[in-house]
Write a protein that binds this ligand. Sequence first.
Ligand code: ADP
Ligand code: MG
Length: 815
Amino acid sequence: MALNFEPLHKVLELERDKGYADTAVIGGLDKFLRRWAAQALESITSPRFLANFKKLRLDDAKYASLNQEQRQKWIAGVFAFLESIKTEEAEVKPPPKKVTPPRKRPAALPKASGQSLELPITSLKGVSTAMAAKFKKLGVQTIRDLLYFFPHRHLDYSQTRHISELTGGEEQTITANVWQAQVTMLGGRRGTEAIVGDETGNVRAVWFNNPYVAKSLPTNARVVLSGRVTVFGGRHVFESPEWELLEDKELVHTGRLVPLYSLTRGLKPRQVRKLMKQVVDQFAGQVADFLPPGLRKRCKLVELPKAIIQAHYPEDEAAKDDARTRLAFDELFLLQLGVLARRRQWQESQPGTPVSIEKPVLDSFIKSLPFELTAAQQKVLKEMLSDLEKPRAMSRLLQGEVGSGKTVVATAALLAAAASGYQGAFMAPTEILAEQHFSSISEILSRTASKVEEEDNLRRFSGLLDRPLNLALLIGDLSQASKQAIQRRIRDGEVDIIIGTHALIQKEVDFNKLGLAVVDEQHRFGVAQRSALRQKGFNPHVLVMTATPIPRTLALTLYGDLDLSVIDELPPGRQSIKTRWLKQEQRTSAYAFLKRQVAEGRQAFIICPLVEESEAIQARAAVAEYERLSREVFPDLKLGLIHGRLSAAEKDGVMHRFRSGELQVLVSTPVVEVGIDVPNATVMLVESADRFGLSQLHQFRGRVGRGSQQSFCMLLAENPSDIGRQRLDLIEKIQDGFQLAEEDLKLRGPGEFFGTRQSGLPDLRMARLSDVKLLELARTEAIRLFEQDPGLRSPEHKLLSAEVARVWQAGGEWS
Ligand code: ADP
Ligand code: MG
């Protein structure tokens, strides 16, 4: 075996460049030289050469004991020797050439059969049951799952440089020879340090807290390093770069766009990357492209197998983008098809419940209101009533700002159903809201009723219909006895309008003749709850209401199965709410402002800091904040506290006292939607405002400004990030919820804006709902296809139909 003197040469050059300070290698040059000599001696075959080499006495080097001058001389001697043997070509390998990593195409893929895609990943070489268990946590069980387990991003390690061209602060890749790699102490822990070089120079690489790399980098091996280069002591250093030995394989960890996967504990990035490469190469070709070819070409989408390969290991940015577009299109398109199918199923498979509208009842109800309906309310009410009369179940999404008067309109519809002999259900996301709807609907109805009787959770109105109208509240918090009593009354048809929480869709609840179901605050309910409610009746009409303004494209995507109605105007006389975001230092003046407002007879909300999405933790934090505020900040004011851990009765008590004005300040957790209507409240103070989305802040803000007084929203932000700041600036300026929602969507992306998980729809992994163009394309194509072949029965849609079923079944909510 020939001996390569290059490493020795490089190290000595480095030592020379560093001024003979014995700093070229960690642990000293002597150790390096001895080790290197020992290796070298073993590989020298020519006796003459061996004799010369031995004269250098590298195996007994005493460099450390030399002074600077001696060191210089000694190194010069070695250089001379190396120069002298240059002639002995046979003994010396040529210096490494700049290597371009081979880009091997995957071997010919097996013909599409697809069956193996459903095999568990344990059928793959190198996947143990333990590893499979970890993948299961990530939702990956089959080979197909693995193919669809996309990286959340890629590191761009495609910039290959010579060592002499490295610049600090950038991600770069080099291909080099390992001169030396060893375990060493770095920052007090065992790590790896290596010196590597190419024909333009040497560079140091360190791996903190990782001594294992040393073992994997044998001297003289060719290695590719990718990562950030920092400058330390005037020299470039690779800090914990990705590395891989340059073998006759496609690069996986370095020298390209390298995928980063979101992993759970126990799954190592390198291991997963290697596995993914193997799986993609072997199986992506088996994935059948389910898009009809005509559609695929029209939309200029790449083929599915190619998209999958490029999504994991893209050749370049453009290929990556094309892959994402194709995969995102698939998600949106399948989502649309499922949504359209569901809508058709609901509307056409079962006849709906036509409600005959008793006009006089409605007219007298509307006349009894202390205000005129806005034009928008009238329009929406008309849309709804005309839906109700049809023998086809209504599926309508009613959007409207907080305070735009959705509840009144919904009440009119519920009354219409009741007048026609049907039951109506009104489902709210929290007990507080259910209770509030119960009391405010009671209040509205009592204006036109001649007589009202009250029982536990039951109100009876006479004079409205030709019989008494019964309104009931059903929430989880009731005693078993009263729950059962109400359930019995619902079953017997004794109750006309039932207001409640999720308790309404439990199996014990058995409606007698459900005609209309109203779901408030849609985003808290999944598709599953919606269909559960639907199954409670004879395919009842369904109205879902949300105060979260959802941009139209998003609404059409997530709720494409619903018709849209929008109340796009507020009742007259509503003022804009002065909104300000404040820094920590301004807290005291915020409190002072709040005190002044209370002194003028107004009331205030304080939303506690967002601690964690756990009701228990939130509640504890709220109690602490309430105590602090009561003792230290507002000792003279009457404060109330509300959080998710209070019983319904306790909450009700606090709400009642706040609404009646007995309490001046209401402290609340953010998880409790303070969906209450207190016209006298003029101050909304939100803690840790930068941690909320714009839409949520807008919701909080909507709690004030309901009366005639100027109202204020103060947003305290601890340490807003740049995006946080932008959001806060936006809410200061923009009052309109829809406009805010659009901005929020742009800033945050829909994942946070509106979790699809929450909505019970199939996962969107690649699609960004802010990508309006693709969204519209997917919707247009879905509608087009659906018009041609709604059952997806034609042979060319066979694969597609299977894919729709597969995707929606995986969501588990397809009914
Ligand atoms: P939303 O449910 O959309 O948040 P609500 O139905 O609770 O709004 O209405 C908010 C407040 O506005 C209630 O006090 C309600 O009585 C009142 N309101 C509703 N419609 C009108 C209107 N057209 N004119 C004046 N006030 C209205
Ligand atoms: Mg409301």
